[in-house]
Design a protein around this ligand. Structure first.
Ligand code: UGA
Length: 436
């Protein structure tokens, strides 16, 4: 999020200091590229670093005093009890406040529990300087970060000072003005128009962010609950959700059943929201249920597969997809990794492949799981294949080629992305999630 924001602002005409304490990352950025895979970001970084409008640095002292607006884009991981760990949020705010010029604006983009801004404002008051605090949550998705930012649905800016909020909105308007130029550099196509600006109070802005993520997670878990019922009744959850989602009041997005949600956002934002609500005496049971259901999905799929395979012990299987979704190298809380580990724990001989996330996922995979660097190689001798992310490469391979390369014919489509009939017609045995 920080790197995308910096890439966009520096290509929209602003001079941007990119402050990070991680030297390995800074060294990569100094070469004008990203330290992770994200479509369109590298050309923007290259352009901005070359023109010296994007300045990577590890120094608060040489960057913050020169800036009229400071964006905080630090990580908010979860604590072991699921609550949000705000150590980076508070320490970076404190550090920045020491160097900020009076009248400058601190923009919180990190995902924080409602009430966090109030604590930081008190911290700022102690500096004796007039510093503005604005909450400006981010809604971009990994894999489509630049597209989501250029053609946004909404920009939310929350704070008590109208002028400070307006100055932040002006930055986004400037990006909007340069939209087509930036897209051309990034090699991205026009997406959709009609993005809205919302100016709210600080606490509302904080709550909007976590509420949006929680609701999307809820939709996925709801779809997965119905998928389980469909499995017992012969209904097809894809047909069900296509028709249900056609109702404009409901919408089709985020109703795709499968191996559940993962990544660096939904799992921790849901648990963070549950904990933050509970601190205020509110029991968000509905979110606890969504999170619990999500946890069951990889095991549910492994179980379905073992019924078809007649057990998992010594069965050679291949898991395709280790990132938490397509389009990113991020393997945090990846359902594909979870599934591979469950299969291995139950005695299967597991091979895996991912076009981008092999190295990130390697530390989380159980010992003995083999990582391949070629799709076809990974399928050799497999009795079953598990598709766990929708990388285009997996769809480009002809179903009959899957069948030729594999020793067996069990095709577990844990993203429900393939046409069931085409797979079965190729001599494979299709196993989906909630597809009857
Ligand atoms: C999510 C939100 O979508 C962004 O709006 C938000 O800014 C971001 O978190 C964040 O808080 O930083 P992201 O985690 O990048 O973005 O990915 P999503 O596209 O939302 O997918 C999350 C997970 O849900 C993935 O594992 C995906 O495969 C899964 N998913 C998504 C489903 O299982 N079914 C669906 O129908 C949709």
């Amino acid at each position: 999020m920080g790197l995308s924001t910096a890439a966009l602002l520096s290509n929209a005409g602003y001079k941007v200091y990119l402050l990070d304490i991680n030297h390995v990352r800074l060294d990569v950025i100094k070469e004008g590229r990203s330290f992770f895979y994200e479509k369109g970001i590298d050309p923007l970084l290259e352009e901005a670093v070359e023109k010296k409008v994007l300045i990577p640095t590890d120094s608060y002292e040489s960057s913050v005093p020169n800036s009229s607006i400071v964006f905080s884009c630090v990580g908010t991981p979860d604590n072991p009890d699921g609550s949000s760990n705000l150590n980076y949020v508070f320490s970076s705010a404190e550090q920045a406040s020491k160097f900020m010029r009076p009248g400058s604006i601190f923009v919180q983009k990190s995902t924080v529990p409602v009430g966090t801004g109030a604590v930081i404002e008190k911290q700022f008051a102690k500096t004796g300087k007039k510093l503005e605090y604005v909450s400006n949550p981010e809604f971009l998705r990994e894999g489509t970060a630049i597209t989501d930012s250029l053609w946004f649905d909404r920009v939310v800016v929350g704070g008590s000072e109208k002028l400070a909020c307006q100055r932040v909105i002006n930055l986004y308007k400037q990006i909007e003005k340069k939209q087509e130029n930036i897209a051309a550099i990034a090699g991205l196509k026009h997406d959709h128009d009609g993005g809205k600006y919302f100016t709210t109070n600080r606490n509302s802005a904080e709550l909007i962010k976590v509420t949006a993520n929680a609701f999307l997670a809820l939709k996925i878990s709801f779809a997965n609950s119905i998928a389980k019922l469909a499995d017992h009744t012969g209904a097809d959850v894809v047909e069900v959700m296509d028709a249900v989602g056609a109702d404009k009041r409901i919408g089709r997005a985020f109703l795709s059943a499968g191996r559940g949600y993962g990544g660096g956002c939904f799992p921790k934002d849901v648990s963070g929201l549950i904990c933050s609500a509970s601190e205020h005496g509110v029991d968000l049971q509905i979110m606890t249920a969504a999170s619990d259901l999500n946890e069951t999905m990889p095991g549910y799929i492994a179980n379905k597969a073992q019924e078809v395979l007649g057990g998992l012990k010594k069965k050679k299987v291949t898991v395709l997809g280790l990132s938490f979704k397509e389009g990113t190298s991020d393997a945090r809380r990846s359902p594909g990794v979870k599934l591979a580990n469950i299969l291995a724990k139950n005695g299967a001989i597991v091979s895996t492949y991912d076009p981008q996330a092999n190295s990130e996922a390697s530390q989380d995979l159980r010992k003995g799981i083999k990582i391949h660097h070629d799709l076809r190689d990974s399928l050799e001798d497999a009795q079953a294949v598990f598709i766990t992310t929708e990388w285009p490469e997996f769809f480009k391979l002809n179903p009959s080629e899957y069948n030729n390369l594999m020793a067996g014919n069990v095709f577990v489509d844990s993203v429900n992305g393939f046409d069931m009939k085409t797979i079965n017609d190729a001599g494979l045995k299709y196993v989906g999630v909630g597809r009857g």
